[in-house]
Ligand binder design. Structure first.
Ligand SMILES: [Zn+2]
Ligand SMILES: [Zn+2]
Length: 289
């Protein structure tokens, strides 16, 4: 397992370096040629690189056990980073639309699209394709869902860049307004990606239930000695859920026996549910009937 993590980290580092290089290149090149679509495509790719950064941080902290200062673990570091990234995406969007506006109102110098632009874009496309295939293959080899999901993310970049290429070809054929229009479409996609990653953090930030409490009720109630349960709560992030609940036990049991039953419930929940980090059980006497 340890070894696997080291390898996953390595794949992520390579992917991140390639993604960030490609995106930086596209942003600078887009500015040089006054092409809004290449520029926006660059921003779209930046976030592949940044999501690799989140992945690396997650990997770093996921295996850091809780400590005295962070008794609930370090999962929320990842959430915080994700929120920061989505804010950066909205900022990038603002930049993109500012450029779309100046380009559409004719305030941008003339587009400088040449054969060179096509070579640049096709090369970045080739790198994207390589990154995506490499990451997916390594994900399968190392059995990492994270890498496979991340590679699908990079794949969306390939479609965007292809669209930009078509736009550039049309611009070259005498439709210069296509460029800012394609830029605007990419801008909307950046915004949409920002909203969807922000949405994924909200349920964690507002402590929404993370596991179906009915399932937890079933697991607890089938434990021997448990007469019933209530006040089942769950919170946290996927893969790191905290559960607490109250169980009813026979009032004549000793404290030692009640405690033992509580631990059986804790173990059953941890065994049967995926991604439960901790369970706290409150024991109370069942009402006599
Ligand atoms: Zn209670
Ligand atoms: Zn105990």
């Amino acid at each position: 397992m340890e070894n696997n993590i080291r390898q996953i980290r390595q794949v992520l580092i390579y992917t991140m370096v390639l993604n960030l290089t490609v995106s930086g290149f596209k942003i600078v090149y887009g500015m040089m040629t006054h092409s809004v679509s290449i520029y926006s495509d660059g921003f779209h790719s930046v976030f592949d690189g940044l999501s690799n950064v989140v992945g690396l941080v997650g990997l770093r902290f996921a295996y850091n056990p809780p400590d005295s200062e962070h008794p609930y673990g370090h999962k929320k570091v990842e959430i915080l980073l994700t929120v920061m990234i989505s804010l950066m995406m909205f900022f990038a969007c603002f930049e993109i639309f500012k450029n779309v506006y100046t380009s559409l109102t004719g305030k941008t110098p003339e587009l400088k699209i040449s054969v060179e632009s096509f070579i640049v874009m096709i090369s970045t496309l080739a790198i994207n394709l390589f990154v995506c295939t490499y990451e997916k293959r390594m994900g399968q080899k190392l059995n990492s869902d994270f890498l496979i999901a991340d590679s699908a993310h990079t794949k969306s970049d390939i479609y965007v860049t292809s669209g930009v290429l078509v736009g550039l070809a049309l611009s070259k054929l005498g439709l210069p307004h296509i460029d800012p229009v394609v830029g605007a479409v990419v801008g909307v996609m950046v915004a949409w990606a920002g909203v969807s990653i922000l949405k994924s953090t909200i349920s964690v930030l507002i402590d929404a239930n993370q596991i179906d409490t009915e399932l937890l009720r079933e697991i607890s109630c089938k434990t021997e000695g448990v007469a019933g349960c209530h006040k089942i709560r769950t919170r946290g992030a996927r893969g790191c859920v905290f559960v607490d609940l109250h169980i009813f036990v026979d009032p004549s049991l000793t404290v030692a026996r009640g405690h033992e039953i509580a631990h059986i419930v804790v173990n059953a929940i941890k065994r049967e549910m995926d991604g439960v980090a901790d369970v706290v059980v409150h024991v109370e006497p069942a009402k006599k009937t």
